[in-house]
Design a protein around this ligand. Structure first.
Ligand code: PLP
Length: 389
């Protein structure tokens, strides 16, 4: 019996496979070391607590934070909810503002909308230019002392890979007495992050985007002299210093820690290799096919991400014709919503061009042969569709 070849996976921005080294490290915590880290009276609890603290150290180390600044959550979406609602629900000022951008992930946009509906905040959404960049001068104009509660700017975009100027945004926020939050879900483990140097107050990230397991995320909450106080969203036994109650997911945390250790050690080489492969993919497709352009070209982009617009084609049809290639037309988290991508629309694309766009995201296990295979498939599928059309 021949086993059908699995599609070449170029959707690492949606999720990543667990690295084998991570899986090995997690193994004992799925069976033998099963204790609840909150159990203070016996060895099972102590062993679990020790594993959690070691992992917390690895995760903090990746972003130059300290261990008491890491709050475990279930995913980046939960971290984002805590980062935005936590300060907003404590605020007593009359309807403060959150300043963010039109290209944030749905987790940020929908949380802001909910806070607006409930009358806690009003939100300003900054536009982006055709490369996906924001204008920090325009941001300065929107951030006001005594009115702006928080500035929320993603570190890197999940559809086009654009990397944003968070250090400048953090300074603008702080000059106005506001907090600075960044959604680093796509960036963590891919590019260096130093929360101190960037003056980040709150930062969300997730294990399953960096070769760790699903079901575990973290929120960095700046500590030190002026520790940030958040209203918890999940009340209970007071775990995570009261900021997020609930028994900790020990195997998930151990895996997340190991994934961060590996990312920290291998990031520089991995980023160089993946960027070279991404550039190769773009070059092959763009030199062979007229009428294809890179969305977000001209901006500083994440290593493994490219979003290509095939003018005049419907990307969903194209993807259907390339069933041995796993890529996506939009972010996995917004695939339940209809309509063109809000990110591509914010770049100024027409509906047709937004529907004609495909995100390719490369990762740790992408090979040169994968890139050749995918480039050949895209080129022949586009040519066939154009002939048909
Ligand atoms: N923020 C960004 C930029 C993302 O890309 C994603 C997931 O795709 C999320 C947030 C949500 O992450 P999670 O799946 O861990 O909730």
């Amino acid at each position: 019996m021949t086993v059908p070849r699995r599609p070449v996976y170029l959707d690492y921005a949606a999720t990543t496979p667990i690295d084998l080294r991570v899986r090995r490290k997690m193994g004992p915590y799925l069976s033998d070391v099963f204790g609840n880290p909150g159990s203070r009276d016996h060895r099972y609890g102590w062993d679990a607590a020790e594993a959690v603290e070691e992992a917390r150290y690895r995760i903090a180390d990746l972003i130059s934070a300290t261990t008491n600044e890491i709050v475990f959550t279930s995913c980046a979406t939960e971290s984002i909810n805590l980062a935005l609602k936590g300060p907003a629900l404590r605020e007593s000022k009359d309807t403060p503002t959150i300043v963010t951008t039109a290209v944030e992930h749905e987790a940020v946009l929908e949380t802001c909308r909910q806070l607006e509906r409930q009358g806690h905040v009003s939100t300003e959404y900054l536009p982006v230019d055709p490369s996906g960049n924001i204008d920090t001068e325009q941001m300065r104009g929107r951030v006001c002392s005594n009115v702006t509660l928080l500035v929320s700017l993603m570190l890197a975009n999940n559809e086009i890979g654009t990397i944003y100027p968070i250090r400048e945004a953090a300074k603008l926020a702080h000059d106005a007495g506001a907090l600075f939050f960044t959604d680093a879900t796509q960036a963590a483990g891919k590019i260096p992050i130093d929360v101190r140097a960037e003056a980040i107050d709150l930062m969300a990230f997730s294990s399953h985007k960096l070769y760790g397991p699903k079901g575990i995320g973290a929120l960095y909450v700046r500590g030190g002299e002026e520790t940030i106080e958040l209203a918890p969203l999940i009340n209970g036994g007071g775990q995570e210093r009261g900021q997020r109650s609930g028994t900790l997911n020990v195997p998930g945390i151990v895996g997340f820690g190991e994934a961060c250790r590996i990312a920290g050690e291998e990031m520089a080489d991995e980023a160089a290799r993946i960027t070279r492969l991404r550039d190769q993919l773009e070059r092959r497709i763009l030199t062979s096919l007229p009428g294809v352009s890179i969305n977000g070209e001209g901006s500083d982009r994440l290593p493994g991400m490219t979003n290509l617009c095939c003018h005049g084609l419907d990307a969903r049809t194209l993807i259907r014709d390339m069933h041995d290639v796993a890529v996506s037309t939009r972010s996995a988290c917004s695939s339940s919503t209809s309509g063109p991508s809000h990110v591509l629309k914010a770049l100024g694309l027409s509906d047709d061009d937004a529907y004609g766009s495909i995100r390719f995201s490369l990762g740790r296990f992408t090979t040169e042969q994968d890139i050749d295979f995918v480039a050949d498939k895209v080129i022949s599928a586009v040519q066939k569709l154009r002939q048909r059309g």
